[in-house]
Design a protein around this ligand. Structure first.
Ligand code: NAD
Ligand code: DAU
Length: 354
């Protein structure tokens, strides 16, 4: 690896990125961690307020779709490695505005690859481009026994997953064509603190707290495989340091839940925590029009990551979900800030899309 101690993390003000930035800044005081983020509606510096005083942390506001800016940043700093998380990440938004996903997820990723290639041209093999991707690139599963493997054929079915699949292809193409050292990981659904309340779990928590309806798409029978966000950040740490050049690693929790069962469990935990009578929150559930092209089931086989790099998830779901609910209950100001004021528009816009 290059002698530089500078690491670039993109999208570090978002949900997963903020946990990755915190892990790297606090675990590796010898690294200089740069967080590049455009602060879109999903980026929030409040997620990282505890890191402001750390001398090895630097925030850079910038847009990865701006090629000139990205190239200058790579020339100015000899980044040893990049961990690329910046993305448009919400499937529902990709259905109403696919181009935003093409711009950030595809064009933005190619801009980063070009800048890295240019800045690293004399010693490219001493660097690493780590691309964070999703299990959604593999499409949906119907056979209950089947799991996504690293070798599963790509079959993206939403504009979001198509844009992520495209970015994965570009990363592999730069490895094959230009010798760019890369690793890719494809992870299942994350949950935990700082999750923007447009996604299922934090949306339900927010709505229970505000006595609003809990919108369950279709019959609530779609299945997702949930992983606590800090376990994902730990997997990213392991893969960044020990992953093999050119390899792909699946990350998942072996923790499949039908949406409706998950929402009911969450309601139960919320009722207990809020001291409400049993089944109070469940009464807020409303079945609403299904998401267009709604993928039925995702489930990850993370055996390769376990066998080759020794990573396993650490938290049971009930424990992780309780921790998550407790975080939202003690951070109502965070939740209010991202659903009111300047954010209100984004939050309400989401409801208008349905
Ligand atoms: P998020 O939406 O919470 O955060 C995305 C971050 O990227 C935000 O801080 C935003 O400001 C920033 N960003 C967006 N466009 C940008 C641009 N043009 N330039 C610079 N910064 C920009 O997303 P997340 O849920 O934390 O997901 C992070 C990554 O992990 C994404 O690549 C996503 O595809 C992937 N992923 C997410 C999950 C999940 O369950 N959330 C699971 C697997 C993989
Ligand atoms: O699988 C990994 C992916 O997980 C990530 O790549 C995405 O960035 C992330 O957003 C997530 O995508 P999903 O579409 O699975 O997550 P979401 O929280 O939007 O929805 C989870 C499930 O809940 C899905 O089946 C749709 C359903 N749902 C969602 C919302 C927001 C509802 O029933 N009601 C809702 O209001």
């Amino acid at each position: 690896m290059s002698n530089s101690n500078k690491i670039l993390i993109t999208g570090g003000a978002g949900f997963i990125g903020s946990h990755v930035v915190r892990r790297f800044v606090t675990t590796y005081p010898d690294y200089q961690v740069f967080n590049l983020d455009a602060l879109t509606y999903a980026g929030n510096l409040e997620n990282l307020s505890d890191l402001e005083a750390f001398p090895n942390y630097t925030f850079v506001k910038g847009d990865i779709t701006d090629s000139g800016f990205v190239e200058d940043l790579f020339i100015e700093h000899d980044f040893k490695g990049v961990i690329h998380l910046a993305a448009e990440s919400h499937v529902d938004r990709s259905i109403s505005d696919p181009m935003a996903f093409v711009m950030t997820n595809v064009v933005g990723t190619v801009n980063l690859l070009n800048a890295a290639r240019r800045a690293w041209r004399n010693d490219i093999d001493k660097h690493l481009f780590y691309h964070i991707s999703t299990d959604e690139v593999y499409g949906e599963l119907h056979n209950p026994e089947e799991l996504f493997l690293e070798t599963t054929k790509y079959d993206p079915r939403s504009p979001y997953s198509a844009s992520k699949a495209s970015s994965d292809h570009f990363v592999r193409a730069y490895h094959n064509t230009y010798g760019m050292p890369v690793v890719i990981s494809n992870c299942s659904n994350n949950y935990g603190p700082n999750h923007f309340p447009e996604k299922l779990i934090p949306l339900m928590i927010h709505n229970v707290l505000n006595d609003k309806p809990l919108p369950v798409y279709g019959k609530g029978e779609n299945i997702r495989d949930w992983l606590f966000v800090e376990d994902h950040a730990r997997a990213i740490d392991v893969i960044f340091h020990k992953g093999k050049n050119g390899e792909t690693y699946n990350i998942g929790g072996h923790n499949e839940w039908k949406n409706i069962d998950l929402v009911k469990l969450l309601c139960k935990i919320m009722d207990e925590k809020l001291g409400r009578e049993e089944n109070t929150s469940e009464g807020l559930i409303q079945y609403v029009t299904d998401r267009a092209g709604h993928d039925l089931r995702y489930a990850i086989d993370a055996t390769k990551l376990k066998k080759e790099l020794g990573w396993v998830p650490s938290l049971q779901f009930s424990e992780g979900l309780t921790k998550t609910v407790e975080w939202y209950l003690s951070n109502t100001e965070w939740l209010n800030n991202v659903t009111s004021g300047a954010y209100k528009h984004y939050y309400e816009e989401m409801y208008d899309r349905r």
